[in-house]
Write a protein that binds this ligand. Structure first.
Ligand SMILES: [Ca+2]
Ligand SMILES: [Ca+2]
Length: 260
């Protein structure tokens, strides 16, 4: 009798521990993500709104002008710049609490959210070792003896496992001093020797087609404790770049929203 009761107590304790464990690891993240809402300003051409797990491009004039004089956490060229009121005209203008204009130069990323956004600092550098780049070029039957108009990389701990991942950005678009038959643009991550593609574009080159990709922001934009990447892709003599939000889901990168 005593032994039987002990068995039930043990089972109940195990179930309670299991329940607490499941809640901590899944329940909190779920409810964090569901609650999270944010508005992002990415350069002068893109405004995204996220709420109830849904991303939306904010494009109509009325919605955009409703953001005027609202306060945002502002980053310029990937560095924290301050908490300012914004105002949209031909670009986003910033104002301090006394409504004095605050000048800035560089790429603007700003957010307003019901959580503190984790924005990852990064710096781009030249690629020293082209072995992964050559591997990608080979897969696309492109010569590894390529000339580039873009060849840089950055490293940060994208998945928070304590080990840095490498991100590569390579392209030969818009070349002026050489003329390849085919243009290419690739953005990929290397983790533990494996290549994970974000952006790939290869086609016949006419000198002005294709687009030049660059990392714009790395941040946990939906507060689910995993980072997302915002990639900007610039086109030849088109002022508005393509802006894409990448999420890492089921072992691959997916575009969650794009401005076009
Ligand atoms: Ca990592
Ligand atoms: Ca996230």
């Amino acid at each position: 009798m005593k032994k039987g009761r002990m068995k039930y107590i043990v089972i109940i304790i195990v179930l309670i521990i299991y329940g607490v464990f499941m809640y901590l690891f899944f329940g909190i993240d779920e409810s964090r993500e569901r609650r999270a809402s944010t508005t992002l300003l990415i350069g002068d051409s893109t405004v995204w709104n996220y709420s109830a797990r849904d991303w939306m491009n904010v494009t109509n004039k009325q919605s955009l002008s409703s953001l005027d004089w609202q306060k945002f956490h502002v980053y310029v060229d990937n560095e924290y710049f301050g908490n300012y009121s914004v105002w949209l005209d031909d670009k986003w203008y910033l104002f301090d609490d006394n409504r004095n204009a605050v000048n800035y130069q560089g790429d603007l990323f700003a957010y307003q959210a019901d959580f503190d956004m984790d924005v990852l600092p990064f710096t781009l550098s030249d690629i020293d070792d082209f072995s992964y780049v050559n591997q990608v070029l080979e897969e696309y039957e492109l010569s590894s003896n390529a000339s580039y108009t873009l060849a840089n990389m950055t490293s940060f701990d994208f998945d928070k496992d304590g080990v840095l991942e490498d991100f590569y950005f390579v392209s030969n678009v818009f070349a002026t001093d050489f003329f390849p038959d085919k243009y290419f643009s690739f953005v990929f991550m290397v983790k533990s020797g494996k290549i994970y593609m974000l952006y790939e574009d290869v086609d016949q080159n006419d000198g002005t087609n294709g687009c030049r990709p660059q990392l714009y922001t790395a941040a946990d934009v939906d507060d689910d404790r995993s980072y997302e990447l915002i990639v900007e892709c610039s086109r030849y003599s088109v002022q508005e770049p393509v802006i894409m939000l990448y999420e890492f889901l089921d072992d691959e990168f997916k575009i969650t929203i794009s401005n076009q």
